[in-house]
Design a protein around this ligand. Structure first.
Ligand SMILES: Cc1ncc(COP(=O)(O)O)c(C=O)c1O
Length: 357
C-alpha cells in the first residue's frame, strides 16, 4: 500500500550535484553540510551516498555521534562547537572536529588535559555577526590555540558569508577582511557555502562547504536548481482522497477563506502542515496531478489541502499528487509560502515516509 504522504530521495541526483560542486571547485576539498537530518533528506542515507567527500559538517554534537555510531569514519566537523567541558569530552571521545568561535571555548581548551589531539576549525567573524572572532581578537586566539598541547597544530581557518545569495557588496567585503586577516598563515582556509561556490569564485579556497546545492536546490531567489544544472533530490508526494462539486458561493476549508465563483470540482489531498507542507502556502500554490498543475485553494490544514480540479477531467481517488520535486521546483513553492526552500526541506516531519530511489 502506498503511504498517504511520502518523499522519494533520489541518490543519483546527490552524486550528480556533488559532481557539480567539483566542477565549480575542482581543487577544493569538500565538507558536505548534512546537518538538520541532511536538510530533511535523511542523515545516514545521504552520508552513505557521499563517499567521495573529504568531511561531513553537522551543527551539533548529537548529529556527529549519530554518524559515528552508524560507522562513518570520515572527519566530522561540529559547526556550533561546544559550550562546556563535558561536551568537549564527548567530542574528543567520538573523534569529532570542532569549530572554535568564542573565548570561553579557548579557556576550556587551555585547561583541558587530554593526550588526544583535537582538530580545530577557527572561526573568523567577518560580518555575519553570529559566531566567530572579530579581526582584533583573531590573531591572539590563533596564538593561544597554537599554544594548547591538546590542539592539533593544523588549525583550519573559516568564515561564513551572510549575503552570498544576493549581489550585495557585503560578500566582497567579507572575503577581503578574511584574506587580509589570514594571509600570513600557512593554514588551510574555507569560506564558500553553496551560494559562494556558485557565484563567488574568490570565496573558493582550500575547503568548500556546500549544503543546499547537494540537495539540488538553488540558494538564489531568481532561479531554480534545475536552471543552474543541479538535480532535485527530494520529491514530495501524496494522493487524492476525495473529489466533489461545490456550488457557486460556497466556501472551502477553515475560516472559509476561499469562496467559489462558479460551480467547481475540488479535490482533497492527504498532506498538510502535520507533514511539513507549509501552513502559509497561498491559494494558487501549484501541485501536480497526473503531470498537470492545479492550484491549491483555501487554508492548509494539519492533514489535508484542497485543490481546484476544474481543469482536470480524468481524476480519481488515489491519484498521485506531487507537492514539490523533480518537475515542480521547491524554490517555486517556497515563494508561494513566503519562505525559503531550506525551511520546506528541513520541515518534513517523521510522518512522511522516505523512500530511497
Ligand atoms: C558554517 C556553514 N557553512 C556552510 C553551510 C552551508 O550553507 P548552504 O546550505 O547555503 O550551502 C552552512 C549552512 O547553514 C553553515 O552554517
Amino acid at each position: 500500500m502506498t503511504p498517504a504522504a511520502y518523499a522519494t530521495i533520489n541518490m543519483r541526483s546527490v552524486s550528480h550535484n556533488i559532481k557539480k560542486v567539483r566542477e565549480y571547485a575542482p581543487r577544493a576539498k569538500i565538507m558536505a553540510v548534512i546537518k538538520a537530518n541532511a536538510y530533511g533528506h535523511g542523515l545516514l542515507s545521504i552520508a552513505s551516498e557521499l563517499k567521495d567527500v573529504d568531511a561531513f559538517a553537522v551543527a551539533r554534537v548529537d548529529e556527529g555521534i549519530r554518524l559515528r555510531k552508524a560507522g562513518f569514519t570520515k572527519r566530522i566537523i561540529i559547526l556550533e562547537g561546544f559550550v562546556c567541558e563535558e561536551e568537549l569530552q564527548v567530542i574528543i571521545k567520538n573523534n569529532l572536529d570542532v569549530v572554535v568561535h568564542s573565548l570561553e571555548q579557548v579557556d576550556i581548551l587551555e585547561k583541558y588535559s587530554t593526550i588526544k589531539k583535537i582538530s580545530v576549525w577557527l572561526k573568523h567573524d567577518t560580518g555575519m555577526n553570529r559566531l566567530g572572532f572579530r579581526i582584533n581578537e583573531f590573531t591572539s586566539v590563533y596564538q593561544r590555540l597554537m599554544g594548547c598541547s591538546n590542539v592539533n597544530q593544523s588549525i583550519t581557518l573559516i568564515t561564513h558569508l551572510s549575503s552570498a545569495d544576493t549581489n550585495s557588496p557585503t560578500t566582497s567585503e567579507q572575503i577581503k577582511i578574511f584574506n587580509e586577516s589570514v594571509n600570513n598563515y600557512s593554514a588551510e582556509k574555507s569560506i564558500a557555502n553553496s551560494a559562494g561556490i556558485i557565484a563567488w569564485p574568490n570565496s573558493i579556497l582550500d575547503w568548500v562547504r556546500p549544503g543546499l546545492m547537494l540537495y539540488g536546490v538553488s540558494p538564489f531567489i531568481e532561479n531554480t536548481g534545475k536552471e543552474i544544472g543541479l538535480e532535485p533530490v527530494m520529491s514530495l508526494y501524496s494522493r487524492l482522497i476525495a473529489v466533489k462539486d461545490i456550488e457557486k458561493g460556497e466556501t472551502v476549508g477553515y475560516a472559509g477563506t476561499w469562496v467559489s465563483d462558479k460551480k467547481t470540482k475540488i479535490g482533497v489531498v492527504s498532506i498538510g502542515y502535520g507533514d511539513g507542507y507549509p501552513r502559509y502556502a497561498q491559494t494558487g500554490t501549484p501541485v501536480l496531478i497526473n503531470g498537470k498543475r492545479v492550484p491549491l485553494i483555501g487554508r492548509v490544514s494539519m492533514d489535508m489541502i484542497t485543490v481546484d480540479l476544474s481543469d482536470q477531467i480524468d481524476v480519481k481517488l488515489g491519484d498521485k499528487v506531487m507537492l514539490w520535486g523533480d518537475g515542480l521546483a521547491v524554490e517555486e513553492i517556497a515563494k508561494y509560502a513566503d519562505t525559503i526552500p531550506y525551511t520546506l526541506l528541513c520541515g518534513i516531519t517523521p510522518r512522511v515516509e522516505m523512500k530511497k530511489i
